[in-house]
Each structure stands twice: as C-alpha cells, then as structure tokens.
Design a protein around this ligand. Structure first.
Ligand code: AMP
Length: 280
C-alpha cells in the first residue's frame, strides 16, 4: 500500500502506475470503521487501483467544536486500509489542499437548505469543494460513497453530472452495528449507555418505514416518532420523509422509489444521522 502526502506525489505515482487501469476514489475523514472498509471492498471489485483519502475537511464543519473533537487515528486507519488491500492512501495536510481560504462557493439549491443543509449551514458547499478538488487531483473513473450520508450522496451525484466530471458514482449500503445503529466515527464519542440509547434512531426509522408501507398517515407517524424521542435521552433534530431529488419534506408519498426517511438526533452533544429508503 502506497502512502502519499502531497498533490505532486500522488500525481507522479498515478501517472507512473495508471497504465490504463481504472482508478476508484474513496474519500474519508479517517477514524475508519467497517462502513469505510465496505466502501474499499466495493471499490476493489469495480476499480483496478483504489485510492482512499484521509482528510478532515475544515470547509464542511459548521461547528468548530465538532471539527476540534473529530477523532484522529491515522496509524490504526492505515492498518485497517492495509487489511482490505487498499492500493493507495492520500493524506494531504490542510495547507496542501487549502493554501488559502477558498474564494469560490458551490450552491446546491434546495439540497443546501433542507435537512442536513439547514442544520449544518455551509456543510454541502464544503463537501462540493473538497470532492471537486479530489476529482481534479486524482481524476478517478469511479468514486464510492455511503448511503449513510444519503443527502451528501445526492449532492455529489449532482456535482458530478452538472460539472461533467467523468466519474461514475457508486452508493454503498449503510453498515450497522448489531444493534442497528449506523456505524459512524462519531460513535467513538459515545459511552456504553449512550450507545445503547442511540439505537432508537434505527428502531424508529424501521418502525416508520413499516408503518408507511402499510399506508399509515405520515402526519400520525411523525407525532409518534416525536413522542418516542421525548421519552428518551436523545433530542430529535429532524425526522422527515423526503423526495431524494430535492430533499424537500413530503406531505404525502407519491413516488415510493425516490422516497427516503431521514433523521438526525443528538445524544451527549454528539450529533448522529441515519436514513432508510422507503422501499429497498
Ligand atoms: P466520513 O469519513 O464520515 O466522511 O465518511 C466517508 C465515507 O464513508 C462517506 O461516503 C460516508 O457516507 C461513508 N460511510 C460512513 N459511515 C458509513 C456506514 N456506516 N456505512 C457505509 N458507509 C459509511
């Protein structure tokens, strides 16, 4: 596994070793877990040279405390990447990618003002910028992202198609703990009690999914979900059923195939998100 730190190093390495091989990009912020490793395993199946990147992107953090507390465990990350036979790891320093404050901003319309966009102002603009930079530096044929961050996935799909990046974007299903809790680097900040309580997120998404499939009223389900959270130590930030084309909350379901149930909740100051498609 090749570990590279600068733009020049990775570009030289790729031009020497590419030789017609398809390059697959897996962007991460490190603190890797099984969810990230599943992205690498999927990438290995459809790309010849898999590049994982580890970069805690300051531009996508609206909350300075969240950025400061973001777990860094590079040695362990490298061991994990090696264990799934990742080919290349790119670990740029902050200055390498942002030698100065970015002066451009990408606007994703309603994707930026709904759900994660609303609760994390500037987050998707930051995601759009870093992914554009990585696409331009690495010029991958494929890129892999988790369903766990479904709104991010649709932001990246839009970015890729509207800016004509020649990259095929893949979505990898959410990897979960046995309890159903979606794996996340932020779970490292939860104590065992909070971890147990946090499974309410997945449980209530599953409950809402089955009820909606049985044609229960969306309004009624929302009230029930709010009540479940009020009776728990978690604070519900949002629970919305959305059309994944624009992430606007739906009042009724018209296109089940494009419908997703999305949730964010906070426990012990740790913000967790999860989602389920209405139908698999
Ligand atoms: P992050 O390091 O949190 O920025 O995540 C890097 C990539 O891993 C993103 O594409 C995430 O959607 C994906 N990811 C994070 N957690 C999971 C998970 N539990 N299952 C699948 N993919 C995930």
């Amino acid at each position: 596994m090749q570990i590279l730190y600068t733009i020049e190093e990775i570009q030289e390495y790729l031009s020497a070793h590419r030789q017609g091989k398809k390059v697959g990009l897996v962007p991460t912020m490190g603190a890797l877990h099984e969810g990230h490793l599943e992205l690498i395993r999927t990438a290995k199946k459809t790309s010849d040279l898999v590049v994982a990147t580890i970069f805690v992107n300051p531009a996508q953090f609206n909350n300075p405390e969240d950025l400061e507390k973001y777990p860094i465990q590079t040695e362990k990350d490298l061991e994990l990447l090696q264990s799934v036979h990742c080919d290349i790891v790119f670990i740029p320093k902050r200055n390498e990618l942002y030698p100065h404050e970015p002066s451009i901003r990408i606007d994703f319309g309603s994707l930026e003002t709904e759900l994660e966009g609303k609760f994390r102002p500037g987050h998707f603009a930051g995601v759009g910028l870093i992914i554009s930079k990585l696409y331009n530096i690495i010029t991958p044929e494929h890129a892999y992202f988790g369903q766990k961050d479904i709104q991010q996935f649709h932001v990246i799909k839009k970015l890729t198609s509207e800016l004509n990046f020649q990259v095929q974007v893949h979505m990898v299903p959410t990897v979960r703990e046995q309890s159903g809790l979606a794996m996340s680097s932020r779970n490292l900040r939860l104590d065992p009690d909070a971890l147990r309580e946090a499974k309410l997120i997945f449980e209530s998404l599953k409950y809402a999914q089955s009820a909606l499939i049985e044609n229960a009223s969306l309004k009624e389900i929302k009230v029930q979900i709010q009540q479940k959270f009020l009776a728990s130590p978690l604070t519900l930030e949002y629970f919305e059923v959305v059309d994944t084309n624009d992430f606007l909350p739906l009042q009724e379901i018209t296109e089940p195939k494009n419908t997703a149930l999305c949730m964010a909740a906070v426990i012990n100051n740790v913000r967790l998100i999860d989602n389920l498609p209405l139908i698999a």
